[in-house]
Design a protein around this ligand. Structure first.
Ligand code: ZN
Length: 302
């Protein structure tokens, strides 16, 4: 069992809802990384024999056993997101576009589970039908004309397929799981300035190569199990089961409330506990989102 330390990511649109849960009231936090293995940022293990070492090192040493040897980094990232302002209007590349534009192995899909819903709704669609119309608006009109809201409620699930024009909106507090690919192309940033006092860069040309205007994502109540291509997820109330147990595959249990104490370590909103197959964690209470790897990807192709 690995308990991972959360990592604060301070961004210009971040809110103040997460801070009180993790002992830093008043902090403006956009992303609280729960589980991350990327170049330059990796979760730290808080318990047991590996205490103080990085999750990246653990994954490198374990990936063959997990059937994930072809992945250079752990396949998904988990975070809690608090949006005080709208996030940028953006798109992520699909596999083919990621290969062509970035030389990357695969593109990026992502999912959200809403702990609090934004009053205006969410943006997960394009109001025009063709990429030529999108280009025309970006070159000659106002990017605001590409903004279209759709409703979202607390407890809803939203899956954003690569190619979907989208933005998480002000008032969202969400559990986010995303394929571990760093590519985001912004087309509009609401006239906002970055920490350096300058507008944050846009990537309109790359975005125009990725936007599929017909794609539309709708938020809906979360099912008992949501399975996407790299990950599957389910919600568990601690009172429902006496223990968390990973039977066949690795499970990543992320606390959606707290504080709790596991293995002598305080566990708060956003803390992830990784259970390997056969491991068990007593559970008294709390609400947890459990992410597992989609079994389809747990094999080596070499
Ligand atoms: Zn996104």
């Amino acid at each position: 069992m690995l308990i991972l330390e959360t990592i604060i990511h301070d961004v210009v649109w971040g809110g103040e809802k997460i801070g009180p849960h993790i002992g830093v009231p008043g902090a403006r936090i956009g992303h609280l990384y729960s589980l991350v293995d990327q170049k330059g940022v990796s979760s730290t293990i808080l318990n047991g024999a590996l205490k103080g070492t990085s999750f990246s090192n653990w994954f490198s040493a374990s990936k063959k056993k997990l059937g994930l040897a072809r992945f250079s980094e752990f396949p998904f990232v988990v975070a809690i997101v608090d949006a005080r302002e709208n996030l940028s209007l953006q798109v992520h590349p699909d596999d083919e576009q990621a290969r062509a534009l970035e030389g990357a192995d695969f593109g990026k899909n992502e999912s959200f589970y809403f702990l609090e819903s934004p009053p205006l709704g969410t943006i997960a669609s394009c109001p025009v039908d063709t990429i030529e119309a999108v280009r025309d608006i970006l070159e000659h009109g106002s990017a605001q004309d590409l903004v279209e809201y759709s409703p979202v409620n607390k407890g809803d699930y939203l899956y954003i397929q690569a190619g979907t024009l989208h933005a998480l909106c002000a008032g969202s507090l969400a559990y986010e799981i995303e394929e571990n690919v760093p590519y985001t192309y912004r087309v509009y940033d609401w006239g906002r300035l970055g920490d350096d006092g300058l507008p944050r860069p846009l990537q309109k040309e790359k975005a125009l190569q990725c936007i599929q205007p017909q794609l539309r994502a709708l938020a809906r109540p979360m099912k008992a199990m949501e399975t996407e291509r790299l990950y599957a997820m389910r919600l568990v109330e601690g009172g429902q089961v006496a223990a968390a147990q990973a039977v066949e595959h690795l499970e990543c249990w992320t606390a959606l409330d707290g504080p709790h104490e596991i293995d002598g370590v305080p566990v708060c909103l956003g803390t992830t506990v990784v259970l390997e197959a056969g491991e068990r964690m007593p559970l008294q209470s709390g609400t947890w989102m459990v992410a597992t790897l989609n079994k389809e990807i747990c094999h080596d192709q070499n």
